[in-house]
Design a protein around this ligand. Structure first.
Ligand SMILES: [Zn+2]
Length: 267
């Protein structure tokens, strides 16, 4: 085993590793977004992968999610911590807040979202698509560290790369969704198909297109989104290090047995 825990996020995470080793193996699904950095974090073997590549050249709809998840699985990783920026659809999810996803709604289109599209017909359960054990560990860590956070969040995942129209954003908000993002699908469910634990950490950068009925809360520019994310990155790194430290070796969740009873037929 080369790594116990995989971290998917921005290239800013590479600085968490002292003298990392890099591996860039392709797999049956292609090339991961970037070379994977291996090193120690909080006394545990960790693997870091930049989702959009080091120079941020891969847009959300072109990320090879299957190659990324397969690459981490090939390193022996059993757990993944994934970070991403989100836009808020509700006033109480404020810019600067952290949150731990517990549900997603997929509105993406055309992404390769399964490892089981030939030979085997497998219907994996997606009722609870995020690791419950890791979410509890993360919530407790954020609480201890005094970080403003939300233990749960439903994320609607859109294809991008464009942002939403006002009508779309209003629609998503009216459905009761909390935040919006472009990368939580199919990353989380591919991890489930590999029986890996997956913790999704969202960082609220702004309100999606502003908030309905609140002319004082406006949509911010992409530049401001990036600036807000940059401000949060040191806190996110501290939180990720704490979560890695506090994650118990034993998995008490159901993620590791996701394929039991899921295999239906062989063609
Ligand atoms: Zn789990």
């Amino acid at each position: 085993m080369d790594a116990e825990i995989g971290v998917i996020g921005g290239s800013g995470f590479y600085s968490m590793l002292k003298k990392p080793k890099f591996t860039s193996a392709s797999n049956a699904y292609g090339k991961p977004s970037e070379s994977i950095a291996l090193g120690m974090v909080s006394g545990k073997k960790a693997a870091f992968l930049s989702r959009h590549s080091k120079n941020h050249t891969i847009p959300p709809h072109k990320v090879n999610y299957r190659a990324n998840i397969q690459a981490l699985a090939d390193l022996g990783t059993k757990r993944i911590i994934a970070t991403s920026a989100v836009g808020s659809l509700k006033e109480e999810y404020k810019p600067g807040d952290m949150l731990f996803f517990d549900q997603f709604v997929n509105m993406t289109d055309g992404r390769k979202d399964t490892f089981f599209d030939e030979d085997l017909v497998v219907h994996v359960s997606a009722a609870d698509p995020y690791c419950e054990q890791m979410r509890r560990v993360a919530s407790a860590a954020a609480k201890r560290m005094g970080i403003r956070h939300h233990d749960k969040a439903t994320v609607v995942v859109v294809n991008g790369p464009r942002f939403s129209t006002r009508a779309e954003s209003k629609y998503y908000g009216n459905q009761g969704f909390d935040v919006i993002n472009m990368t939580q699908y199919p990353e989380s469910i591919l991890a489930r198909e590999k029986q890996l634990c997956y913790l999704g950490i969202g960082f609220v950068t702004d309100y999606d297109v502003g908030l309905e009925g609140r002319p004082d809360i406006k949509k911010v520019s992409t530049k401001e989104v990036n600036e807000n994310f940059a401000k949060g990155i040191s806190t996110i790194k501290e939180l990720v290090a704490e979560i890695i430290k506090e994650t118990p070796e034993k998995r008490t969740c159901a993620c590791g047995s996701a394929l039991e009873n899921a295999v239906q037929t062989k063609t």
